[in-house]
Ligand binder design. Sequence first.
Ligand code: BDR
Ligand code: CA
Length: 345
Amino acid sequence: MADPASGRTPLLIDVDTGIDDSLALLYACASPEAEIVGVTCVSGNVEASQVALNTLAVLELAGRSDVEVAIGRRVPLVRELRTAPDTHGPRGLGYAELPDPQRPLATRHAADLIIEEARSRPGKVTLVTLGPLTNLAVALLLEPQLPRLVRRLVLMGGSYRSAGNTAPTSEWNVAVDPEAMQLVLRAFGAPDVPQRPLALGLDVTEHAKLTPDHLEHLARRAGCRSDGSSLSGGRPNAVVRFLGDALRFYMEFHSRSDGFYGAFIHDPLALAAALDPSLVRTVPVTVEVEVGGILTTGETVTDWRRTWGRPPNLDVAVSADVETFFTRFQDRVGRLAAGRAGVAS
Ligand code: BDR
Ligand code: CA
């Protein structure tokens, strides 16, 4: 989805940083074809002000203190906020501790940043959401034309053919703010929007299973071990050390709740697919969000057999080339880590 003029893909990334969000941010920073226009923060894995601190700190770690970071809405549209300290740690980055960020947040609200940047280059920006859809829903309420002002929306959220991870049939990002997802789907999935949104749900993101071996490869690419210690006796690699500390927590969580010592890295796969949609195979379908259920609130109800007879509103990813994705993830983030430590790669 590169802009033909620049060859780069302008991205607005909405996050609830979160361990896998932090990996997605590092992947974006490490991708030469990505132009990060701004990053907006929403409550989800942790509360929005902690999300903002984490996001600033991760961007600083990656050497990208120039990227504007704005905070958005702190609670879902109508429901009470819930967070995920068991999955991501009390502050959202597992066991990792990063220095306090050295710069302030943007003075504009996340929704304003999204709207103003989309308006400033109509049809160019790809919106990527890696958390609950609250900020995007607020932006839509302020600017109903938003779906026609951006190139495409790519979202990590939902479980279309597989089990949920928050309730039996619902996925976290949708479950936290189902009304926001409903609003977003209706607006971005309208028939006159030039490109249908792309959704990566658990169906594909749970195939992106990061193991200690992946981390080891990435670390070697950066000239160090997976705890960040240098192979040649130099100083520790801060990026790899961060990854090791954050992922240890995430892997322990998955080992308790999913039965393997590794981690689903949902958000980096979604970010990678926003930059290169050929990483996923998609099917256009009609999807509604359950907002009134007793057992199923937040379920992405998908009309696979077209019983509703309505035009599709979402391109749902049904398979992903996770091998290519992991090769890119290791190479790119490994190179970034090497560069930050001044190691030739
Ligand atoms: C999603 O939920 C969050 O915990 C992750 O960051 C990811 O965006 C996966 O369901
Ligand atoms: Ca997330």
